[in-house]
Design a protein around this ligand. Structure first.
Ligand code: C5P
Length: 402
């Protein structure tokens, strides 16, 4: 159970020489009014004693699975009691383990079991950091919603001046406080998100679709859930796993997506339409697999799919309701601002998030994006960043408008 009053930081300390800096981090958390509980790995205890953290925090230090015979699933209760999990320093070993779901000690098991936001402060040798395996783990963890702080450049314990140095306790504490401040900011709000592509079948095995990966919508769903919202994610087929703690509604066609979105729309406070909905569907779907004929050409008749965003925005606007706040996306190749503003008006949305898909660094299946917010107050351009970082910026922007 979470204790009333102070928020709790669960601080995981791993076997990097930077472990001693965790003492300073504990003090900074306490000065910020937080309760700190510490988990140490076996290797961390060879660098700093558990007794130090016991004395600094006033709480027992957890070191092993099955430590407490009265509470054999300590990792679950530790994970549930915390408001945020911080791992600082986070070694290459622990980072790579948790990115792949390995749970072979108390800290990695807790990291896998927790549903609270996490902040990771990597600390490692430069070669380990540059290793593509570590880079991939950082990407996986960021997509999964972790906040990665640093590492920075500086003097490393191996005697070189390079990247891999743990960020300062001040930076880690500031990032933790930001995550905690956001973590309840959508409590009590309902968020509806459409994501991914839709599929329109021509016959039982062939369909038309788009290469949308669903990454943006899933990152938004994850971010909203981390901020305490009740989230409904309605998605076409993707390879992504549904984020924890949300209501996931899988659909295939545009009509199914409209039906499900319509069910959840009126009760939502925010509705974000990030799906790449197919604009057309075949008038007739063949019952059996189409055969190659003598004739080398085929003809299909298509009819227009409903515009989900425009249909639901028209419903809200006709009812003169001011909820939900409606967000649409616009993928453009030119005249970004003009096209986005025209789309905002035509569809009846409050905010359009536009991006330039002619830029090879961004777009459909990429992990990164750079966006332009267009609403009735004007426009605002972001930097190029990961879709998870953008999800946070998108909610910061939306929440100012609620
Ligand atoms: O018209 P266009 O496809 O460029 O509009 C993009 C925006 O409209 C996106 O937010 C998308 O999710 C939404 N949309 C929709 N239903 C459609 C087509 C687009 O909700 N049939």
């Amino acid at each position: 159970m979470k204790s009333a009053g102070k928020q709790t930081v669960l601080l995981g300390i791993t076997g990097s020489i930077a472990a001693y800096k965790a003492c300073e981090l504990v003090r900074l958390y306490q000065n910020a009014g937080l309760n700190v509980k510490v988990i140490m790995t076996k290797h961390a205890q060879r660098l700093v004693g558990a007794a130090t953290f016991r004395a600094l925090t006033g709480n027992a230090v957890a070191t092993r699975l099955f430590d407490d015979p009265g509470n054999p699933i300590n990792h679950i209760s530790l994970a549930q009691e915390a408001d945020v999990l911080v791992i600082a320093p986070c070694t290459a070993n622990v980072l790579n383990k948790i990115a792949h779901g390995v749970a072979d000690d108390l800290l990695s098991t807790t990291a896998l079991a927790t549903t609270v936001p996490s902040v990771l402060a990597p600390a490692m040798n430069a070669a380990m950091l540059k290793n593509p395996v570590t880079q991939e783990s950082l990407r996986v963890l960021e997509v999964a919603g972790a906040t990665i702080v640093g590492p920075g450049k500086g003097y490393l314990a191996c005697g070189t001046e390079d990247s891999g140095r743990m960020s300062s306790p001040e930076e880690i504490c500031a990032a933790t406080l930001r995550v905690l401040a956001q973590s309840k900011s959508l409590a009590g709000k309902r968020v509806l998100i459409t994501a991914g592509p839709t599929r329109e079948y021509l016959d039982p095995v062939r369909y038309i679709s788009s290469p949308s990966s669903g990454k943006t919508g899933f990152a938004l769903a994850h971010e909203a859930a981390q901020r305490g919202a009740a989230v409904v994610l309605i998605s076409g087929p993707t390879k992504l796993l549904s984020p924890l703690g949300i209501e996931y509604v899988p659909v295939t066609t545009a009509e199914q997506m409209l039906e499900k979105a319509s069910e959840h729309f009126d009760g939502a406070d925010i509705a974000i339409f990030s799906a790449a909905v197919g604009d057309f569907r075949p008038v007739r779907r063949a019952e059996q697999k189409l055969k190659k004929g003598e004739d080398s050409s085929f003809t299909f008749d298509f009819s227009a799919n409903p515009d989900i965003l425009a249909t639901l925005a028209a419903r809200r606007n006709a009812a003169r309701a001011n909820r939900p706040y409606i967000v649409g996306f616009a993928a453009e190749t030119e005249h970004l601002l003009q096209n986005a503003e025209a789309k905002r008006r035509a569809k009846g949305a409050d905010l359009i998030i536009a991006n330039d898909v002619s830029d090879p660094r961004v777009g459909f299946a990429s992990d990164n994006n750079r966006i332009l917010f267009v609403d009735d107050a004007g426009s605002e351009q972001t930097e190029l960043m990961s879709k998870q970082q953008l999800a946070a910026i998108i909610f910061d922007h939306i929440q100012q408008k609620l």
